[in-house]
Ligand binder design. Structure first.
Ligand code: PLP
Ligand code: COI
Length: 358
């Protein structure tokens, strides 16, 4: 794919953030973005151009029926000057799975990866270097046909924006408090919970907002049918540690198959831990916390990395895990994953892709 590059003069560049250690998640964006347009059954006009607003018809499909998908991955600065992407092939694959589910056009995986790579390299002056910081990359596809009938759009924009980020949760690598939601649900089997589409997040807002007002970081969702089985967190998959065993909800069709989740499962096996993917009821979790068989819990996600979970609030009661401290298994998995992502340790899995130098 040939990507046109808009050169920006020194004076046209945005001022860079001043302090890397103050970066939060997703609030500032780099100078340029990637865009590509779909019409007449073809992708065309791929370019890296100045970050700017879109001019869209108010009747565009995306505004009314949420025909939208997105991805999230990161570029990391290794201490030796390499710029690394973590498993971009997996994001490209999931993007296309999401596209198929929402009846949107797919994009050759290598084109998605090329667009990400060229954009990151064009914007590398924004790459923060401190531990815990990275460039968060957000590939997105929106339906732009101007038409109010409910049918798949015939026109789309695929674009990629980049945000220099620090930790997703305000507290950094500290145990978070989760609210177990037993009224609202995020998704159901047969729905779109297993793909990355904006509607899932819209559906989650009310519960998430209420939980935040009560002082919780996020919601832990239960299954849509019985409110019995643990599914996932707002922006993370969930893991429970039983001594040397890691248990995570199996992918039933309503959970997002996280790339970090898959990586944690592989890492755990590599480190000699036992792993299980199965149904886990909230009753089992509460019982396990009370009896001490659940020794740790954490969530996994691109933005959140590995986030220890210190407590669950369920039916008007708090349940504390590992005295709200980071446990040894969580710490070990976090260290290993982060060391691989930042190129500090050899990557035995071939996950990390060097795309250039800063
Ligand atoms: N579950 C949800 C709902 C998410 O939004 C995310 C974030 O991407 C994840 C899980 C974790 O997925 P991944 O590890 O691919 O980032
Ligand atoms: C990610 O981790 O990439 C996500 O998409 C989470 C996001 C909803 C903040």
């Amino acid at each position: 794919m040939k990507i046109a590059l808009e050169e920006l003069g020194e004076k046209e560049l945005k001022p860079l953030y001043e302090d890397e250690s103050k970066l939060v998640f997703g609030s500032i964006f780099t100078d340029r973005m990637f865009t590509m347009h779909y019409a007449n059954k073809e992708w065309n006009e791929s370019r890296i151009e100045r970050y700017r607003s879109f001019n869209l018809d108010p009747s565009s499909c995306v505004f009314h029926y949420s025909q939208e998908i997105f991805e999230g991955l990161k570029a990391y600065a290794a201490e030796d000057g390499r710029i690394l992407l973590f498993r971009p092939d997996q994001n490209a694959k999931r993007m296309n799975r999401s596209a198929e589910r929402l009846v949107m056009p797919t994009i050759p995986e290598e084109d998605i990866i090329q667009a990400i790579t060229e954009l990151v390299l064009a914007e590398k002056r924004w790459l923060p270097k401190q531990p815990g910081t990275s460039l968060y990359i957000r590939p997105t596809m929106i339906a732009t046909e101007a038409f109010l009938g409910v049918h798949p759009s015939s026109e789309y924009i695929f674009y990629i924006i980049i945000s220099p980020v620090g930790a997703y949760y305000k507290g950094g690598f500290k145990p978070i408090k989760l609210y177990v939601e037993d009224i609202f649900v995020r998704s159901n089997i047969g729905g779109v919970g297993d793909v990355k589409t904006g509607g899932n997040y819209a559906a989650s807002l009310m519960a998430g907002h209420k939980a935040q007002q009560k002082g919780f970081s996020q919601v832990l969702w239960l299954d849509g049918r019985e409110r019995k089985y643990v599914e996932e967190v707002g922006a993370m998959n969930m893991f429970f540690v039983y001594g040397n065993k890691l248990v995570t909800p199996m992918l039933t069709g309503s959970i997002l198959p996280g790339i970090t989740r898959a990586s944690v499962l592989e890492l755990a096996k590599y480190l000699g831990l036992e792993t299980e993917e199965r149904l886990i009821s909230i009753d089992e979790v509460i019982e396990g916390i009370n009896s001490g068989t659940i020794t740790e819990a954490f969530g996994s996600g691109t933005a959140a990395v590995i986030s220890p979970v210190g407590s669950l609030y369920y039916k008007e009661k708090d349940y504390f895990i590992n005295n709200e401290q980071v446990g040894p298994v969580t710490q070990r998995l976090y260290d290993k994953l982060v060391n691989i992502q930042y190129g500090r340790e050899k990557d035995p899995f071939g996950w990390v892709r060097e795309i250039g130098r800063y």
